[in-house]
Ligand binder design. Structure first.
Ligand SMILES: [Zn+2]
Length: 246
């Protein structure tokens, strides 16, 4: 076996396999065409698309040829890290071409994570979180649409109390949840300021779609989505990438 195939076999998720296959095909193109340094962007895109298609086709084949009792386990592992929306469509097309049985298609559908990173869902908000916001990755679950609200809150907090840490960030009862802890700890003076600024941001999140970031006029308390992105048609939760990502 090619040592690179062994490396690939050791990677559990489709996302890792796609990226590894890109790099591998790019390297091969580099050797074959003797391209030095400069790549035509279109050539790069084509190589990327080829690597993606190859990794997805390999997963479809792996699932079809696996014994039925192992399919759910394989799908759950490979799709444990969310992948781009169009890559899921491509996986379904590959399964169709291989004439996959309906129960396998259902297994794959059930294994697709209910959330994606913002860059994996093109119609979601694509702003970037301020890179200096400090939060433990395990406590980070910010809906992409509220990045603008959080960046503004971060600026206001920093101006008012200086450096601080974020204990947790996410969504609670369809509103922003943001725990800010001043670097020197809470004092009588800063506690009120933190509460006031945070409450203002929570109120702003109530009027902002958690998916696309656009202003909501209705501010219906039973949802955090605008009328264009209701949960009934856009069920995927889209998370902001961590501060400093890429
Ligand atoms: Zn929206």
């Amino acid at each position: 076996m090619d040592p690179l195939d062994e490396d690939l076999a050791g990677m559990p998720t489709l996302d890792e396999r796609i990226k590894f296959t890109w790099t591998r095909r790019l390297f091969e193109a580099h050797l074959e065409r003797d391209l030095d340094g400069e790549y035509d962007p279109e050539v790069l895109l084509a190589i990327r698309a080829q690597g993606t298609a190859e990794a997805i086709a390999a997963l479809a084949a792996e699932l079809v040829f696996a014994s039925p009792d192992r399919r759910a386990g394989i799908a759950a592992t490979r799709l444990s890290e969310p992948v781009h929306a169009h890559e899921i469509e491509q996986l379904h097309r590959e399964l169709q071409m291989l004439d996959a049985p309906q129960d396998l298609v259902d297994v794959v559908t059930r294994s697709i994570p209910r959330w994606r990173w913002q860059d994996q869902q093109p119609d979601a908000c694509q702003l970037r979180v301020h890179p200096l916001i400090k939060c433990d990755p395990d406590r980070w679950s910010l809906p992409a649409g509220w990045i603008g609200v959080v960046n503004e809150l971060n600026q206001d907090l920093f101006d008012a109390i200086g450096p601080y840490d974020v204990g947790a960030v996410g969504q609670k009862l369809n509103r922003l949840r943001y725990q800010a802890v001043p670097a020197g700890g809470f004092t009588d003076a800063n506690r009120g300021i933190v509460t006031e600024l945070r409450d203002r941001a929570i109120e702003a999140s109530r009027r902002t779609c958690s998916y696309c970031g656009r202003h909501r006029d209705d501010a219906d308390p039973y949802t955090d989505r605008c009328t264009e992105h209701p949960l009934s048609t856009h069920p995927t939760h889209v998370r902001a990438r961590l501060p400093g990502w890429r």
